[in-house]
Design a protein around this ligand. Structure first.
Ligand code: B12
Ligand code: SF4
Ligand code: SF4
Length: 353
């Protein structure tokens, strides 16, 4: 099998060509070995409980720092990282208040990238090597490997930034027994800029590159179930799902080509223009599930989306939203949504515009 893989002169080029054909805009190779510096960062993150309720992250922490771990691929020699730009920025228009993070504006990226990554895995297996690929769901620190494989650098906002493209990119990884020529890692290029640290609405970026997920609006609106700490709700602002605040201010996202405008990979997803905060509060769970099918929004689930909608209206709505909030506070099926709607109605009433 692939454990005894030798470098085929043509394999790296074949992989690069295939990646390009599949629409990936960058590809890089790194030697599979234990990540030492990042292991310290990840262990500190978990020990301090900064992963919040994402227990799966803590449970797989040791697997994530070495691709040769029995839980990953013991025969691993190389890590291949590929980059796909996020859906174009123009898909976010909706009627009332409520924004959706850029990465979630199209079809679910797990499907879009997953299908393409299977082709890369198949090419490696056809060449006699072992390979495991995935996006998001493999127990591996994708950003760290992307920086190692030279496709970008880790910004102070913790994101992987690709010079010329910015950080609105999604990553895919293939771990393989093939020995591939490693690319040069890319060091940080943030310099003295601190725009993202200053822009984070909840203080979730506690130091350069260091995040406390428990305070992060992305975590709160997507991963966190149940009630959101009232102290953090104003910081949620008008984010219905995810948050791009620390990326929106980044100078690397103003480069030409960073808007993903010519990227059609995510086309054909559900029409997210249908989803606004008011509609989410009025809709049944079944209706919300239908609206979000095939989109990353499905991960949050109807209850969390309706909860987020109430908070968004409390932060960014007006008195015209009081009736829908009061109706939800009195009659929504979920106690979490009822409480969030009561909080929002009181906030709007007290604002007294
Ligand atoms: C869990 C998770 C989350 C959680 C926790 C995020 C976190 N930073 O821990 C939440 C829900 C908050 C989240 C949010 C987002 N996520 Co997310 N997430 C993940 C996931 C599944 C695991 C991340 C993880 O292991 N976290 C643990 C920390 C320690 O690791 P890390 O985030 O990789 O940390 C790096 C940096 O923070 C930095 N670092 C950490 N500590 C320190 C300390 C110092 C001193 C320094 C200098 C650097 C540094 O180096 C680390 C090396 O990897 C990955 C997919 C994967 N398997 O890797 C996607 C992933 C990281 N997410 C992604 C995206 C798109 C996002 C959002 C932009 C979505 C959004 N718009 O709402 C936000 C960005 C928030 C942010 N500023 O980080 C992309 C990243 C794209 C990119 N360009 O970087 C990934 C890679 C998914 C993918 N396949 O494309 N995410
Ligand atoms: S995604 Fe939003 S809340 Fe999270 S670190 Fe970035 S700016 Fe802060
Ligand atoms: S906003 Fe500035 S500090 Fe933050 S990631 Fe971008 S360049 Fe780096």
């Amino acid at each position: 099998m692939g454990q005894t893989a030798r470098v085929s002169g043509a394999l790296p080029d074949r992989l690069r060509r295939l990646a390009r054909e599949l629409g990936f805009v960058r590809i890089g190779f790194a030697r599979a070995e234990a990540l030492e510096r990042e292991a310290r960062w990840l262990r500190a993150y978990v020990e301090q409980g900064r992963h919040g309720t994402m227990r799966w992250l803590a449970e797989t922490a040791e697997v994530r720092i070495d691709p040769r771990h029995p839980g990953m691929l013991p025969s691993a020699r190389s890590v291949v990282v590929v980059v796909l730009p996020c859906p174009p920025a123009n898909g976010s228009a909706r009627h009332g208040p409520g924004r959706i993070a850029r990465y979630a504006l199209g079809r679910d990226y797990h499907n879009v990238l997953g299908k393409r990554l299977r082709r890369l895995v198949a090419a490696l297996r056809d060449a006699g090597h072992e390979a495991r690929g995935g996006t998001d769901r493999l127990p591996i620190l994708e950003r760290a490997w992307a920086a190692r494989a030279g496709v970008g650098f880790l910004g102070k906002n913790a994101c992987l930034i690709v010079p010329g493209l910015g950080s609105h990119v999604l990553l895919g990884v293939v771990v393989t027994s093939a020995e591939l020529p490693p690319d040069e890692p890319m060091p940080s290029r943030c310099g003295s800029c601190t725009a993202c640290l200053d822009a984070c609405p909840t203080g979730a970026l506690i130091a350069s590159g260091t995040i406390d997920a428990r305070r992060c609006v992305s975590y709160l609106t997507i991963e966190h179930r149940g009630s959101i700490d009232p102290a953090l709700r104003p910081g949620v602002g008008d984010w219905l799902f995810g948050c791009d605040a620390c990326q929106d201010v980044c100078p690397f996202n103003r480069a030409r080509g960073a808007d993903g405008a010519d990227n059609t990979a995510f086309a054909g997803g559900p029409d997210l223009g249908l989803i606004d905060a008011e509609g989410l509060l009025r809709a049944s769970d079944a209706r919300i599930a239908t609206w979000t099918r095939g989109s990353p929004l499905a991960r949050a689930g109807p209850e969390s989306l309706a909860r987020n909608a109430a908070i968004v209206l409390g932060n960014a709505g007006g008195r015209r939203h009081l009736p829908v909030l009061r109706a939800a506070a009195a009659g929504h099926a979920s106690p979490v949504v009822r409480e969030a709607a009561a909080w929002a109605a009181e906030r709007l009433a007290n604002r007294g515009e």
